[in-house]
Design a binder for this molecule. Structure first.
Ligand SMILES: Nc1ncnc2c1ncn2[C@@H]1O[C@H](COP(=O)(O)OP(=O)(O)OP(=O)(O)O)[C@@H](O)[C@H]1O
Ligand SMILES: [Mg+2]
Length: 301
């Protein structure tokens, strides 16, 4: 009889080793797999979070767009009846002086308040539905002269002195004159509001030949702002006025940036503020484009 016990032990030993090795390999594989699963889970969780955020943002953008459209259409609907109310109040004002003298101010209040509402509605419309640019070569000097004429009486009433410093060699720039006038208007109106006790408003134009840019500066000697406020004033609806919508500068910024320009602000509490609109000048303008737009007799306010 052959003794096979040694072979059997060897076989059992080998089997044991194989099983052990398999167990080890399986264990390692299991650990690797577990690590992969944990990682994948983490990645998936992160992705899900990102998707949720994205969806939220998209939802918000959609909501804002819808809100914008709603505001625009409601504002538009409000404008017509508002105009009727105002003109009716104006007629009423004239008649009331005959029927009930001394009560004219009541009609004046309606006119004033509807005018204010009209401004708010227009600002909302401008903001929610910015107009396309209709550009042609224009000069900042012309805008300054126009604004001067418009505000002349208001300035005098408020005890504000106007100084205009027009660059007579100012190059013309391709711009939407009406929209740029609105930018200047908003800034001058802010300056006026910042000087309730009167002061000096300086309107200046200039040309930087190094950078080939024109500038339009509105400076006031009003209440001024601290640094913190300076960073917030262009945010839509930021206002510290009782009767402001906080859209004036947001609209101005939109318009200027659409022209490829920028607005710079300097301000100090108690000293005043300086707002500068800067626009790039197109290269190679034809010779007649380099006219200053200064018309005589309107240089000083
Ligand atoms: N020249 C200035 N001097 C001091 N503060 C200013 C000046 N211009 C703007 N600001 C500040 O910036 C804020 C935002 O101005 P913006 O013109 O956008 O809105 P608003 O004047 O408050 O309201 P509105 O929509 O009627 O213009 C103002 O409320 C004011 O606090
Ligand atoms: Mg304003």
């Amino acid at each position: 009889v052959q003794d096979l016990s040694a072979d059997l032990r060897a076989i059992i030993d080998l089997q044991g080793r194989i099983i052990l090795l398999s167990l080890l390999i399986m264990g390692i594989l299991f650990v690797i797999l577990a690590v992969i699963v944990v990682r994948a889970n983490k990645i998936m969780a992160r992705r899900a979070e990102e998707r949720l955020l994205l969806e939220e943002k998209l939802g918000e953008a959609e909501r804002l767009a819808t809100l914008g459209k709603m505001v625009a259409s409601v504002s538009h609907e409000i404008k017509n009846p508002l105009g009727i109310v105002r003109s009716t109040a104006e007629i009423l004002g004239k008649r009331i002086s005959r029927v009930a003298p001394g009560n004219e101010h009541l009609a004046a209040i309606i006119v004033e308040e509807t005018t204010r509402l009209d401004t708010i509605v227009r600002e909302f419309l401008d903001f929610a539905r910015p107009r396309e640019l209709t550009t042609q070569l224009e000069s900042f000097n012309v805008l300054v002269t126009r604004i001067d004429r418009f505000f002349e009486r208001e300035f005098k009433k408020k005890g504000v002195r106007i100084v205009t410093e027009l660059d007579t060699d100012l190059p013309m720039v391709r711009m939407d004159g009406e929209q740029m006038y609105q930018v200047l208007f908003n800034m001058v109106f802010n300056a006026l509001q910042a000087m309730p006790e009167g002061g000096t408003l300086t309107l200046a134009t200039g040309y930087d030949d190094q950078r080939n840019e024109v500038s339009l500066r509105v400076s006031d000697t009003g209440i001024g702002m601290d640094e913190d406020k300076c960073t917030q004033i262009f945010i839509p609806f930021f206002t510290d006025k009782n009767r402001g919508t906080g859209l004036g500068l947001a609209i101005a910024k939109n318009i200027v940036e659409k022209h490829g320009g920028r607005i710079e602000v300097w301000s100090r509490i108690g000293e005043g503020s300086v707002f500068t609109v800067i626009l790039p000048v197109e290269d190679n303008p034809s010779p007649d484009d380099r006219s200053s737009g200064v018309d005589d007799g309107n240089g000083q306010g």
